[in-house]
Design a protein. Structure first.
Length: 532
């Protein structure tokens, strides 16, 4: 990390800002390849040394957004107050009153996350264009308390991929189709597609996504970024447009495990409005640097989950086999046969009915309390979409909305509670039983296959087999982390997933850091128009 900071300092045209330096001038190094390789810690060192300012860093990212976003559609909009927020951060730094580990660091947040400023929170739908959230989401307040500059909002799959079963990943009515920075005609996956694409393309130092069932880890794998789906409640969901409070987990998407760790620690905190966050108090060690250990895998028992994920794609097999070999090289005891049970038999009879009921309950509550001119419940949203079908339903339908609206949304109903208990128990037992049977510290598996064409509409039985990669951890409320592992022969990124039990987030991050530092698998995107 120190070496990267030195490289950034050396690449700048000056070693310290003169007393009246123009802060609207962006140092050349902040526009080039050097910026892609630095971590948040490196940027902090540069700002502390007055090599550059938060305003200059913020302007550099805004310039990258201006240049690259027309091709990527990764950013819904930039914060009109971003530069002023950066100036305020610079003033705090000069007066030695920095607020936290993200002081002056530009952050993009997913477009389903409330901000009490001039940025709309639309969840990708024009239905919420006039919504006026009364206050920041709890996670946004945590970012601000840590000193972050809220740079803007990232595109996403409309309604976080829970509107139609034939959804087009990465498409929203307000942002269009998000493109994969590595190969522009390939999918970025969803629903945190814009956050992942923006992180990969270096449109912000950090991005924030939300995950209900693979919505962080799948985009991270397909964009060669680090994606962390935390344990349920570790990061508050208050102020995030919901799917279900029993799954939804906001988390970081970054270019390095270091940045993911810094960000997760900043986001973590007890929120009185989110009861699940109380149980997560103390789940992380006080100092995030404790997880940044290159020897973290030495002596650990790592299970290998291959069933359902092997023999489908030769590149995915090749990269995963190399990853497992690297874990051995790093001192881990690799345990084959740590396959999780098939989860499909739980989905239709239990998981789907539970989530449909929760969606209606949670979304109706969010809409009812959000000020502004917009539909106030799910029934109103369905009617709005029908009236504006040329915009809202231009690419796929809303059968999931309609199915959810047919439920009563009653989460006290015994039948619903039975479905939820069955789904959550199956998810937790599926992981915990395998961990216990093999005395494992974690389980690894390929996160996803190489990205399919961007017009992929769902229903592919080959790719559907990978849904179980995230489904156990989602239903269980357990952590799931994807780290860059390599590339297909076509130049498409592939990720390695680390899975664990409840509140093993720090342990998984330490394993991912050791793996990342040994492999340096990530490469910057080349924005190829099509696969080689």
């Amino acid at each position: 990390m120190r070496g990267a900071a030195v490289g950034l300092v050396a690449a700048c045209a000056f070693t310290a800002l003169p007393a009246r330096a123009s802060t609207d001038v962006v140092p050349a190094a902040l526009l080039g390849a050097v910026l892609d390789r630095v971590t948040v810690l490196d940027l902090q060192q540069g700002m502390d040394a007055r090599v550059f300012t938060s305003e200059q860093v913020t302007r550099a990212y805004l310039r990258r957004i201006d240049t690259l976003n027309p091709r990527l559609n990764a950013v819904l909009g930039v914060n009109p107050d971003a530069v002023e927020l950066a100036r305020q951060s610079d003033a705090r730094r000069r007066e030695h009153r920095s607020r936290g580990p993200l002081e002056g660091i530009p952050v993009l947040i997913k477009g389903n996350t409330d901000t009490a400023d001039r940025q709309p929170t639309t969840a990708g739908s024009t239905a919420l264009s006039e919504a006026k959230p009364a206050k920041d989401a709890f996670l946004v307040s945590r970012l601000r308390e840590a000193g972050a500059v809220i740079l803007g909002k990232a595109n996403l799959s409309i309604w976080s991929n829970f509107r139609g079963s034939d959804a087009l990943a990465g498409w929203s009515a307000t942002g269009g189709q998000t493109r994969n920075p590595y190969v522009l005609d390939r999918s970025p996956c969803g629903s945190s597609s814009g956050s992942a694409a923006a992180a990969a393309a270096n449109l912000a130092a950090i991005t924030i996504g939300t995950d209900t069932d693979g919505s962080i880890v799948c985009p991270a794998a397909m964009t060669s970024t680090v994606g962390v789906k935390p344990s349920l409640g570790l990061v508050s969901r208050t102020g995030v447009v919901p799917i279900t409070s029993r799954h939804d987990s906001p988390g970081p998407i970054t270019r390095s495990v270091t940045d993911a760790a810094v960000t997760l620690w900043a986001l973590h905190g007890t929120d009185p409005a989110d009861p699940d966050s109380a149980a997560a108090a103390g789940a992380l060690p006080a100092d995030y640097t404790r997880v940044l250990r290159t020897d973290a895998l030495r002596g650990k028992r790592i299970g290998v989950w291959r069933k359902g994920h092997q023999g489908i794609d030769p590149d995915a097999d090749r990269v995963f086999d190399a990853s497992v070999a690297k874990l051995r090289d790093l001192g881990a005891t690799v345990v084959e046969g740590a396959d999780l049970p098939d989860f499909q038999e739980v989905v239709v009879p239990h998981l789907l009915p539970a989530v449909l009921t929760e969606f209606k309950h949670d979304l109706d509550a969010y809409l009812a309390k959000t000020p502004g001119s917009h539909p106030k419940n799910l029934t109103g949203l369905i009617e709005y979409n029908r009236r504006h079908a040329d915009v809202e339903l231009a690419t796929f339908g809303q059968d999931l909305f309609e199915m959810a609206d047919k439920t009563d949304g009653d989460i006290t109903d015994p039948e619903y509670r039975s479905h939820r208990e069955a789904a959550t128990t199956a998810g937790r037992q599926g992981i915990d039983d395998v961990l216990a049977a093999h005395r494992l510290d974690a389980i690894v598996t390929p996160t996803e296959l190489p990205a399919p064409p961007v017009d992929y509409q769902g229903g592919d039985p080959v790719r559907d087999s990978f849904a179980g990669t995230s489904r156990h951890t989602s239903a269980a409320g357990y952590p799931h982390l994807s780290v860059p592992a390599g590339f297909s022969r076509e130049g498409l990124p592939l990720g390695l997933s680390f899975l664990g039990t409840r509140f093993s987030d720090a342990k998984l991050l330490s394993f991912a850091y050791a793996y990342e530092q040994a492999t340096h698998a990530r490469k910057a995107p080349r924005y190829l128009p099509t696969a080689k």
